[in-house]
Design a binder for this molecule. Sequence first.
Ligand code: HGY
Ligand code: MN
Ligand code: MN
Length: 366
Amino acid sequence: VAHMQALGMSVQVDAIGNVVATYAGNEALPPVMTGSHIDTVRTGGLYDGNYGVMAGLEVVATLRDAGLRTRRPIQVAFFSNEEGARFQPDMMGSLVLVGGMPLQEALAVKAVDNGATVSEELQRIGYAGKAPVGAPQVDCFVELHIEQGPVLEQQGMQIGVVEGVQGICWMEFSFDGTSNHAGTTPMALRHDAGVCAMRTAAFIAELVARYGGRQLGTVGALQLKPNLINVIPAQAVMTVDLRNTDGALLQQAQAEVLAFARQLAAEQGVRFSHRQLADFAPVAFDAALVTSVERHAQAQGLSTLRMPSGAGHDAQMLARVCSTAMVFVPSAGGLSHNVREHTDAEQLVQGANVLLQVLLEQAQRA
Ligand code: HGY
Ligand code: MN
Ligand code: MN
């Protein structure tokens, strides 16, 4: 925000903590927006999200240094809680912004770690903004981001021309059984919540292998209670992250996993419940804007690859209200959500220059 103010931008903070800074244009036309997120997963790296925001500010600094004002205003935003690591769903700030989740519902979500609500945390950090949350009247949205996967590096390509984002399904499964003595309880008499969770995780791995294609499945969090070596787990709580570029297959995978968990819990005499934490269909970006990204990258002599995004992004939400596209730069070793996440400075500059040209073209349009 200090960077934004130093650039002479007007800054607004909305009620879900989204921050939108505006570099005025010459005409009162709907602005062109760029940006991303500045929250990370706890074990995240430097570039996921932050890169897109800082590059957006670099674009504005470049225009200001050149004494340039475009027809349309240019906005640089960062959206709250893109990661969804403490508060589900992910992309929460941009989802509320585009009307995909009621503000009050989002403000009431409790953190998985300490139960604090989004509202309490926004107050605590001073970002419970005054600006009302409403679908932004923006002309288009372009997000620059690291790929977070291995494709560009493996194929030796410099710029990812992102055509869309795959579907994401997040669920939380709770198995409630009976804790008992690990030494005296016959296997046939157990109501083992841990076995239910772990066999469900194994089922997910088998389902992904069976589906093949672009089906992905991850069990990232699993808590056992009482979590003691000689006590049959009374409770198991696990997260399920399923993704696919094909929305129908994703729904089918979700139904299969739920059916398996329910059936197994019933067989084991264990109570089962689940919470839907995110359910976002695949999104296709605006074809003309995608082509603009490709054209400007190639005009700068950069090699390009059209590809879907494996990770969720705020662009996935903005695509609901305006023409949207994304620009990727390579991730070293395809690593992300890992402190060793890295992209070379030269590659960061290449991505920022593509962003500059795309935003210039869009902001000069009548
Ligand atoms: O989970 C995701 O894909 C994103 O990092 N929130
Ligand atoms: Mn991100
Ligand atoms: Mn991320």
